[in-house]
Design a protein around this ligand. Structure first.
Ligand code: GBH
Length: 476
């Protein structure tokens, strides 16, 4: 195979996880609850009624996780820090917890000793409960200064060794799932049966997103001004977003696909990379879309060194939906001729469709003109959780998903000219899948939650082999 048909070296490939989904040990070393501890412990909020109290016990088993990454040949590991371990009450006037810092510091040293580059998410959804109780968390502007203070504690403690930072994971999910649909913490929405504490699905998601964007941008400014000159790392945000294809070539469905992209991705990416909001969102929301001052626009525009891309699937979009968080569009996986777009995953929202992954890479590269870090991509095999281990580890649908998407990534990089610098599979381990509890499994490693035994699935071998064959050698 010629050099041109390989990915450039170094290419950061590996796996991603998030603190609340793997760590367990909720009360260890001074940690206090996050909104996810509170939410998941309420009846009916997770499919199996379980929360993250144990998960994969990675807080105590972190050396096993590093050994597994090493065994898989991973070059990089994307993980998130638990705010509640580092500043248990969360705020800028609250004490910093040295034991929490030491844990992550040791972990980072362990990764580096194993030759694995740490890729660190500062916030992956586990807000300290105290900040929610104090002023409503992301609903209040005070969150901006508290987030920036927390980020600075992280830069100071770990920035000598961490050169790849992500501020916030999937701000869309925080705003929409947490404050509009109410299926993620803190579980707010307009429906008082689901959210007796209050909530307004028509206004709160847009306010929350506004504060997320400002908190992200302010943290980036502080990093660039005070830490980057000496530490020399890079920083950005990571956005969820699936490729949106028109259901057919009718003009209204072509428009629907763009409106869906605008709301899924443009809501955050347009302000951050282009300095404006999508027209479709301004039209849809009017005065409910919070505006930025000129000074804030200057802060927000350009506030990400790269495009952080989490993506899983492709949707066929149709005009005429009623949900604003989908840009007033509907979507389906069933083509006009009745066939399915791809192989169905365990979760209803996911089908495998590699051409959509390639198309999205191209769209993001052309639209936002930033190097792309693929920070999450993965698949949950249907009914994997009810199969015996001996069957579950032969995860053919996941193998095919990764094979297809990795070939698509290579084509996007080498044939289409997209600048792609990382690929993280979601996830290293089966883990706490938020509202799905432990029912849905995304790992390339099977986890027995009774014994915490870890067993590699076929997909882990496929990915190691694929990258072994498709990254240019360092000297080339
Ligand atoms: C990621 O989110 C998360 O970062 C990660 O923590 C998680 O474990 C992983 O994916 C697997 O789920 O049709 O309105 O119900 C994935 C992004 C966006 C996927 C919302 C599900 C459902 C939208 N998610 N989507 S809706």
């Amino acid at each position: 195979m010629s050099v041109q048909s390989k990915l450039p070296s170094p290419f950061l490939w590996g796996y991603a996880t998030a603190s609340y989904q793997i760590e367990g040990s909720p009360a260890a070393d001074g940690r206090l609850p996050s909104i996810w501890d509170t939410f998941a412990s309420k009846p009916g909020k997770t499919l199996d009624g379980l929360d993250g109290s144990h998960a994969t016990e990675s807080y105590s088993k972190w050396k096993d996780d590093i050994a597994l990454l090493k065994q898989y040949g991973a070059k990089s590991y994307r993980f998130s820090l638990s705010w509640s371990r580092i500043i248990p009450k969360g705020g800028r006037g609250d004490p910093v917890n040295e034991a929490g810092i030491k844990h992550y510091s040791d972990f980072i040293d362990g990764l580096l000793e194993a030759g694995i580059t740490p890729f660190v998410t500062i916030y992956h959804w586990d807000l300290p409960q105290e900040l929610h109780d104090r002023y409503g968390g992301w609903l209040d502007r005070r969150i901006i200064d508290d987030f920036v203070n927390y980020a600075e504690v992280c830069f100071k403690a770990f920035g000598d060794r961490v050169k790849h930072w992500l501020t916030i994971n999937e701000p869309w999910c925080v705003a929409v799932l947490g404050y509009c649909v109410g299926i993620h913490a803190p579980g707010r929405c307009s429906d008082r049966n689901k959210s007796p504490e209050g909530g307004d699905s028509a206004t709160e998601p847009w306010i929350v997103a506004h504060h997320e964007i400002l908190a992200h941008a302010q943290a980036v400014k502080i990093y660039r001004d005070k830490y980057k000159p000496a530490q020399g790392g890079e920083i950005g945000i990571t956005l969820n977003g699936d490729w949106c294809m028109p259901y057919d070539d009718s003009p209204e469905n072509v428009k629907a696909a763009q409106d869906a992209l605008d709301t899924a991705i443009g809501w955050f990416a347009d302000p951050i990379y282009r300095g404006f909001y999508p027209e479709s969102m301004k039209k849809m929301l009017g005065s409910r879309l919070p505006t930025f001052t000129e000074e804030e626009w200057a802060l927000v525009h350009g506030s990400s060194d790269f495009y952080g891309m989490n993506t899983y699937t492709t949707k066929l979009c149709k005009a005429g939906g009623t949900l604003e968080h989908h840009g007033l569009t509907d979507s389906t996986f069933t083509r006009p001729d009745g066939t399915q777009l791809g192989v169905q995953a365990h979760c209803s929202w996911l089908q495998a469709y590699a051409p959509g992954f390639r198309a999205l890479l191209n769209y993001l590269w052309k639209t936002y003109k930033k190097p792309i870090y693929v920070t999450e991509n993965g698949f949950a095999v249907k009914d994997e959780g009810s199969k015996p281990l001996s069957e579950a580890i032969h995860d053919t649908d996941r193998v095919n998903y990764y094979q297809g998407n990795l070939d698509a990534l290579l084509a996007a990089a080498t044939e289409d000219g997209c600048d792609i610098r990382s690929y993280f599979g979601w996830s290293l381990l089966d883990n706490f899948e938020w509202g799905d509890g432990y029912v849905t499994r995304f790992g390339v490693t099977y986890v027995n939650y009774e014994t915490q035994e870890r067993t590699p699935k076929d997909s882990a071998r496929l990915i190691a082999k694929w990258f072994g064959e498709h990254v240019a050698s360092a000297s080339a």
